[in-house]
Design a protein around this ligand. Structure first.
Ligand code: FAD
Ligand code: SF4
Length: 510
């Protein structure tokens, strides 16, 4: 009796128990589809990375004896839509059973549920065996509690999975070293040359262009640099442990004009496509730390583990707890449209020029650039969260809805009213100047609120607080910001608001 097993493009887990044994009665089905290239306009590097990773996955498992049916994007017989691809494969292989792994996106989960209802054969699903938590573990953990706090979830995860724990207590004596993870990078310690793979991707670019797939962003056709095989992903992890981990925590929040990646791991694509599992990453990093305690401080390692064991699992849990209503949340009622420079990087605001520019060039910006430069600007200019989500979902190599929307609509845009973040992440130029060297080379003046050369972040910040004050009146964490606003001279505030509104009407001129 033949079984067809579907593997989606972000389910490239070679260690899945499905592959423990070769079974001649199982056909694995994979497909590059227009359904996936077109649901949002993606960065060209993102499409290339997923398709290359899928092809490599199929090649590596075929070499081990597993049977595959693989539809390439340009195959003449590729129906391009998931339902047609599944029904065609079942019919042609005369399969009697259909199995799939639970998708991480709500839209695909619903689609597969519906497809299974309409199939005339037996169907079943399996876990992806990727995450530490199950879909609803976070929901159950917070059941009956008034507020969800990442820190309490994270401590539970550390204990439950025995990660950096000694006798039930956190290794090093503290659960969280966030306070020591906030240094500005001033040229030292030196940053090792970036890990890159310089792959030639001309052929796949040609295929995408033939198929007229609409993408945006830039790519160097002869030097594609993302890990798209298990071997490349593992070597990126080794490189991170050897070269970057010793300073990861210290400079986690730093930004610099000449350093796109600083000490960040760039492992998010490999993890989100499931080439690497979070367990593989965490166990490698903790083992490396335990062998090198004399040169690596616990704060560097804890800072890294918190992102994966804490934030990554937390965002997934929030997604499944809150979807589908989460996708429509816009509690601050923001309605503005993104300016054109989000697609060109052409602006005089030096911080945005760099953060957006590198997003377009590399399909990557690190967390603080996403949150405190681009996201901060989008929130202060009161952009429609639908527009902001579409941009983030398209531009980043690691953007898959479960982790994109919770970070963007939730953490960055506060459109969920505080489900993810306890207060909006907004700042004036002061924070940006503290954490980067952007302001020193900018044509705007980071110390000024008013006047032609005043940094737009300053008037936009106070205007945002004044405009949205009512939403935050019961938020204890906003008390200090709002009391500063209340103390501001009325006529100065009026001038600031006038200026901010003028800027918002002319964003493309900034
Ligand atoms: C507005 C906004 C949008 C974002 N969109 C995405 C997205 O679409 N996909 C995505 O994977 N991450 C997203 N993030 C989180 C984070 O910015 C990226 O995971 C990180 O920049 C990836 O680069 P890295 O692998 O070098 O990360 P590192 O800084 O080296 O961190 C290590 C790993 O920790 C995990 N991680 C860190 N922060 C988060 C977080 N907030 N949520 C979930 N995982 C985290 C990632 O898996 C990352 O690879 C977003 C953050 C913001 C503020
Ligand atoms: S002055 Fe303002 S616009 Fe310029 S880099 Fe600093 S924060 Fe950005």
């Amino acid at each position: 009796m033949k079984t067809v097993r579907l593997i989606l493009g972000d389910q490239l887990n070679q260690n899945h128990s499905w592959f423990d044994e070769v079974n001649d009665n199982v056909i694995y089905l994979m497909a590059e589809m227009r359904q996936e290239t077109d649901y949002v306009k993606h960065h060209i590097q993102k499409v290339i990375a997923f398709f290359l990773a899928m092809r490599n996955f199929k090649d590596e498992l075929s070499a081990k004896g597993h049977q595959f049916i693989y539809f390439s994007l340009t195959d003449a017989n590729n129906p391009q839509q998931l339902e047609e691809i599944i029904t065609k494969t079942i019919k042609e292989s005369n399969a009697k059973k259909f199995e799939y792994q639970l998708p991480d996106e709500y839209r695909l989960d619903e689609q597969l549920n519906n497809i299974c209802k309409s199939l005339p054969i037996a169907t079943s699903y399996a876990d992806t065996e990727h995450f530490y938590t199950t879909r609803f573990e976070l929901r159950d953990f917070f059941k009956g509690k008034k507020q969800m706090i990442m820190e309490s979830f994270y401590r539970m995860m550390r204990k439950k999975h025995d990660i950096l724990i000694n006798n039930d207590q956190p290794e090093g004596g503290k659960w969280n070293y966030d306070q020591s993870n906030r240094n500005k990078w001033k040229g030292q310690p030196s940053i090792p040359h970036e890990k890159d793979f310089k792959k030639n991707v001309e052929e796949i670019i040609e295929e995408l262009s033939k198929a007229k797939v609409k993408t945006f962003g830039n790519v160097d056709p002869t030097a594609f640099s993302w890990p798209v095989t298990k071997v490349d992903a593992l070597s990126t992890l080794t490189y991170f442990c050897d070269q970057l981990l010793p300073h990861f925590g210290d400079y986690q929040d730093a930004m610099h004009e000449d350093q796109k990646f600083l000490f960040h791991s760039r492992l998010s694509f490999a993890m989100n496509s499931k080439i690497l599992s979070p367990k593989e990453v965490i166990s490698r990093v903790t083992a490396h730390y335990h062998k090198n305690r004399e040169v690596i401080h616990i704060s560097q390692v804890e800072g890294f583990i918190r992102q994966i064991l804490g934030w990554r699992e937390y965002m997934r849990g929030i997604y499944w707890k809150e979807m589908p209503r989460y996708k429509g949340l816009n509690v601050l009622e923001n309605k503005n449209k993104l300016p054109h420079f989000f697609w060109t990087g052409k602006t005089n605001m030096n911080c945005l020029k760099h953060a957006i520019g590198q997003s377009l060039d590399h399909s990557y910006a690190h967390h603080i650039q996403r949150l405190m430069i681009i996201g901060n600007f989008a929130l202060l200019t009161q952009m429609d969260p639908d527009e902001v989500d579409q941009w983030y979902l398209g531009v980043y190599i690691d953007a898959i809805e479960w982790v994109e929307i919770t970070n963007t609509r939730g953490m960055s845009q506060f459109a969920d009213g505080g489900i993810v973040a306890t207060k909006p992440y907004v700042s004036s130029a002061n924070y940006i100047n503290k954490m980067s060297n952007y302001c020193s080379k900018c044509s705007y003046n980071h110390t000024k609120k008013l006047g032609d050369k005043a940094c737009p972040f300053n008037s936009l910040y106070w205007n945002f607080l004044a405009d949205k004050k009512a939403h935050f009146k019961n938020n204890q964490r906003m008390k200090m910001m709002l009391s500063l606003l209340d103390k501001m001279d009325g006529s100065v505030l009026a001038d600031i608001q006038l200026k901010a509104n003028d800027l918002m009407k002319n964003l493309d001129e900034l």
